[in-house]
Design a protein around this ligand. Structure first.
Ligand code: SAM
Ligand code: SF4
Ligand code: SF4
Length: 342
């Protein structure tokens, strides 16, 4: 294992989220609530060989966990080919994907065969009308079919992520866990975050970790902490029947202290924090012919200077609202969660 490169707070460079597209086939209210979006220029999007080249440099520097994301990653043509290239790299210890599940029924088999190890499907509701209102698109049936297919292909390696918003899906906290339990998959509740893109965010709409746990205890009885796993953001809990679930309290109890993740956008900008305003232009360096050593020096130098703790800073700020106004998002779409990769 390569020696860890540490940032100014002693956090290692281990975990890279690779966004493969800024496009999405849904318009979730907590992520893409606007009518119009500014998309990344097509010629800026990294080819798979370029993504793999950059990933190699990160692997040289100690990264061993990769997660493909987006936008909606399954919209990227031939994604399984990138998965195969990455899965073949000996230093990749973990290769996962986050998807909204709509295109899983037709792509899951190819992704499995290509070597994808784990999959997370976003599922915020079990009600078709709520799904359509929340995502502004139909398709819950296809997502549910995608989850069934994934649960067969990746036994014990499927997770479901649910962002809980007051007044939208907070009535489904219990039923989502029942759904996951019946299928043997782990559900994780995510607090609604004021990230870029969440232009309708209000603190009233956040359902906190505390409230989620209270509701679950009321329905299912005693809940026991199951311990955190390393730098993973989810706190895990167990019901008395052994059902395990997670809560990601990114808004009320952020985990910046242990954060080893950074994000590469589909056009090759590297962000050190979900809330960072500026990214490092690795595409530019790569396309200008920087060598593997030069790229490694740039990445290592940048990580060593990292001081980001965006969610903790947000927590300390008074009078919270959306972190980036909609007009700034139009000027720089990299500030969007769907461009940066959640
Ligand atoms: N499109 C894929 C999906 O939805 O799974 C992958 C990209 S999406 C940006 C990744 C994750 O970010 C999703 O699980 C989504 O729920 C989460 N997300 C987006 N906006 C959020 C917000 N404002 N607060 C909390 N989570 C958010
Ligand atoms: Fe929803 Fe993911 Fe698309 Fe954002 S990127 S709108 S969370 S499906
Ligand atoms: Fe990491 Fe930034 Fe999220 Fe904190 S806010 S956990 S530093 S990505």
């Amino acid at each position: 294992m390569a020696p860890a490169i540490l940032d100014t707070r002693g956090r290692s460079l281990r975990n890279l989220r690779v966004s493969v597209t800024d496009r999405c086939n849904l318009r979730c209210g907590y992520c893409m609530p606007e009518e119009e979006y500014v998309w990344l220029p097509r010629e800026h999007i990294l080819r798979f060989e370029e993504t793999a080249q950059l990933v190699d440099v990160f692997l040289d520097l100690g990264v061993d966990k990769l997660r493909l994301t987006g936008g909606e990653p399954l919209l990227r043509q031939g994604l399984h080919e990138l998965v195969r290239q990455l899965a073949d790299k000996p230093r990749v210890r973990d290769l996962a994907l986050t998807t909204n599940g709509l295109l899983l029924p037709e792509q899951a088999q190819d992704l499995r065969a290509a070597g994808l190890k784990r999959i997370t499907v976003s599922l915020d509701t079990l009600k078709p009308d709520v799904f359509t209102a929340l995502t502004r698109r139909p398709g819950l049936e296809r997502v549910l079919t995608g989850i069934e297919v994934a649960a067969r292909l990746w036994p014990r390696e499927v997770k479901l992520d649910a962002v809980i918003m007051r007044g939208t899906n907070d009535g489904e906290i219990e039923s989502l866990l029942e759904f996951a339990r019946e299928r043997g998959v782990e559900l994780r509740y995510i607090e609604y975050m004021d990230v870029g893109g969440a232009t309708r965010w209000t603190s009233d709409a956040v359902v906190s970790r505390e409230e989620i746990l209270e509701r679950l205890a009321h329905r299912f009885g005693r809940i026991v902490p199951a311990g955190k796993s390393g730098s993973a953001p989810a706190e895990r809990f167990t019901l008395s029947d052994g059902t395990v679930f997670g809560v990601i309290a990114s808004t009320t109890a952020p985990f910046c202290r242990a954060c080893d993740r950074s994000r590469l956008t589909a056009d090759g900008l590297w962000y050190l924090c979900l809330y960072a305003k500026l990214g490092i232009d690795l595409r530019g360096a790569l396309r200008k012919g920087a060598s593997r050593t030069e790229l490694a020096e740039l990445i290592a130098r940048t990580w060593r200077a990292r001081d980001d703790r965006g969610a903790e800073v947000r927590l300390a700020s008074h009078a919270r609202g959306p972190s980036v106004p909609a007009d700034s998002l139009r000027v720089d779409p990299h500030l969007e969660m769907h461009t940066r990769g959640g």
